[in-house]
Ligand binder design. Sequence first.
Ligand code: SF4
Length: 349
Amino acid sequence: MSISSTLISWYLPKKRNLPWRNTRNPYYIWVSEVVLQQTRVAQGIDYYYRFIEHFPNINSLANAHPDEVMKVWQGLGYYSRARNLQAGAKVVQEKFRGQLPANFELLLSIKGVGPYTAAAIASFAFDLPFAVVDGNVSRVLARLFGIFEPVNSSRGAKMISQKAEDIFNPQQSALHNQAIMELGALQCVPRNPDCTSCPFHLVCFAWQHQQVDNLPQKKPKGKVRPRYHNYMVVKKDGGVFLTKRAGKDIWHGLYEFPLIETESPMDDQTIQNTQQWNEWFGNACKIESLSDEFIHQLSHQSIRARFFMLTVDSKAFKLDSSVFLCPIANLRSYPVHKLIEKYLNNEFK
Ligand code: SF4
């Protein structure tokens, strides 16, 4: 029996009933693949339904206001995924009349669609013969064939891709890809897989050589950068000041309170000595309260945030021109990142 046949025989009785497996709609499949990047299936299902309910087709996504897209994505993190999805939808609307093309190269030409997503759409929606390689597949292949090259190095990734091609079954593209991804998700899990019940235990390099815990190998991640966010919560006339993050930094396109970012943690005395504080508030402001620290971990950043609740002399302070007064009743209608969401849940219930 070939590896692919064994995979498919294992998969058919074991597979989970996931919504994106019951459709051939390439747009739904695209959305599901983007949602599932960096997200667990259990969390992704709700967002998948929410997203396709709000934006049922490419044109509705392409034509939506970017704030609306971010609002629907709020809480899922890695917001560039949502921005790229909408940018890609615009390309599909303009270049392909709102229909995802049944062609791997053309799919790759769409903004935000990389080799993995293009292969997934090509295979799952159109049954085209492209092997899908995601984290689960890499783990299975590294263990099955004893690939010790780090899977996140270019050499390791090439070796994994080659193995994925070698065992690929072009006659049953979608089924084969679903099966190997599911084996990684359910059977060949990162820690303590139950190898004795695996259909490959007799041929698996890692199991046969007691190397399961050592595979796959990964290059260590870079350093985590600490950041200190000091948010100025300034209330006025039943509203609070907000601004939209811009530039190439994290969370751009999301809303937050005016921010003073510093190199080290600030207390209520030291924050008042910063240049930004003086430009915005001078002496026209009083700190009413200072929140506890909120910590948010991203893959390469660790953000510690504190919220300074201020009262101001309304004539004397001068915030940036991008800052606007948002009625408190409307606060929840803006897309915000996790730190602001946590704070709002505590202070603006
Ligand atoms: S035998 Fe164990 S390590 Fe090998 S593929 Fe199966 S679950 Fe993974």
